[in-house]
Design a protein around this ligand. Structure first.
Ligand SMILES: *Cc1c(COP(=O)(O)O)cnc(C)c1O
Length: 403
């Protein structure tokens, strides 16, 4: 073995010894309430496909039509080879859906975060992140070279403290520098909601900008399903609304919705947009079909089914059991603590035919490993019951229990 591979093998051994080794598992079926995982059919509680759109006929048809009319690939970035009709249409409809002046799409949500923060911020600025924001936002904040501060998760007092500190610091150094607060609206590993109205009030009081990542809320909350910002009535006061098209929308890609100047600026300065081949037409067309479906009566029905399943899960396996507070969320964490216990519980569920991923460091803090149950409108009442029954039985017997 070469010394290069030896070095990597030894790093991998440390990862394994810490109970953190990850491997890919083969799936030979489409996304859905059950999937064929390593050759076995399992109930799937791992996917962010909250409305069951990833394998929906309308999205597949839209993708197939886009391939027929616009081809499989895009050849270059949109600034070089031109902007394909399906992507243009998606952005128009996204802006209309969100009620903003404009929208810009990226190949992924991750690329969206990287490009946006790097474009908007420079070394003289200060970015203040919620402690639990997604890795893409942390990486993006680092890439931006702005001074980075973290506030305790959903802690308004701590946020205000950091805002005051930032204001004082900028006041003495650079009056043209900016403060940007970044949070998620629905947190991806805890399923809890950010107090957006209060955060808006604070950032206005201290003259900061606000970016909210609605990755897990788009399509699911608010009268028009725009997200939690709409549900909390503060969409118009958020400078930068981010999200992904890969979760409830059922396709792939990321977006920024906001003012026309914001979008025009990003397409001039966001490097992950400028220096990357445009997303394939099939992805844009599927995302557009997903957005349209979300806004249709069928979308309303799917939303209702989803919240019914969430309620069924919570009554079958109450939040207090799972070690988290009850909120309206299709993400239900079951806090276990030790990394190896979390994996053991997940493996036992898998033996019983239920795929619930164990989430470990570095996705969550060390020692706060958990099962992350995600529910979908595609689950049946029986699917949910099978899971809650198994969880309760594991709680009642055995040592490696989810408590
Ligand atoms: C999934 C996720 C992203 C990344 O989006 P992708 O489209 O999967 O790259 C960004 N932010 C949050 C909060 C997410 O959960």
């Amino acid at each position: 073995m070469s010394s290069f591979d030896q070095e990597l093998q030894s790093r991998l051994s440390s990862i394994r010894e810490a109970g953190l080794k990850r491997t890919l598992r083969d799936v030979t079926s489409p996304q859905g309430p059950s999937i064929t995982l390593e050759g076995r059919v399992s109930l799937n509680f791992s996917s962010n496909d909250y409305l069951g759109l990833a394998n929906h006929q309308a999205l597949k048809d839209a993708a197939a039509r886009a391939i027929r009319d616009f081809g499989a690939g895009t050849g270059a970035s949109r600034l070089i080879s031109g902007s394909l009709a399906p992507i243009q249409l998606l952005e128009e409809q996204l802006a209309a859906f969100k009620g903003t002046q404009a929208a810009l799409t990226f190949s992924t949500g991750y690329a969206t975060a990287l490009g946006t923060l790097q474009a908007l911020l420079s070394k003289s600025d200060i970015v203040i992140l919620d402690k639990l924001v997604h890795a893409s936002l942390v990486d993006a904040a680092r890439l931006s070279r702005a001074t980075l501060r973290v506030f305790a998760h959903n802690d308004l007092d701590d946020l205000e403290k950091k805002l005051k500190w930032a204001r004082t610091r900028l006041g003495t150094t650079d009056s043209k520098a900016h403060i940007l607060v970044v949070t998620e609206s629905l947190f991806s590993m805890d399923g809890d909601h950010a107090p957006l109205a209060e955060i808006v009030e604070l950032k206005e009081r201290h003259g900061a900008w606000l970016m909210v990542d609605e990755a897990h809320a788009t399509g699911l909350y608010g009268p028009h399903r725009r997200g939690l910002a709409e549900a909390q009535g503060v969409s118009d006061q958020i400078e930068i609304q981010m999200g992904t098209l890969g979760k409830a929308v059922g396709a792939s890609g990321g977006y920024i919705c906001g003012s026309r100047p914001l979008v025009d600026f990003l397409l001039n300065r966001a490097r992950s947009f400028i220096f990357s081949t445009a997303p394939v037409p099939a992805a844009a067309a599927a995302a557009l079909a997903g957005l349209q479906l979300i806004q249709s009566p069928e979308g309303d029905a799917l939303n209702q089914t989803l919240w019914t399943r969430v309620q069924q899960f919570n009554s079958g396996y109450p939040p207090a059991h799972a070690g988290h507070a009850a909120v309206k969320s299709a993400i239900v964490p079951i806090i276990i603590g030790s990394e190896s216990n979390a994996v053991a519980v997940a493996n036992r569920l898998l033996d019983l035919g239920m795929f619930v991923p164990a989430i470990r460091y570095p996705t969550v803090a060390r020692g706060s490993a958990r099962l992350r149950v995600t529910l979908s409108a595609a689950h049946t009442e029986q699917h949910v019951k099978t899971l809650t029954t198994a969880l309760r039985q594991m709680n009642d017997g055995g040592s490696q229990t989810p408590e």
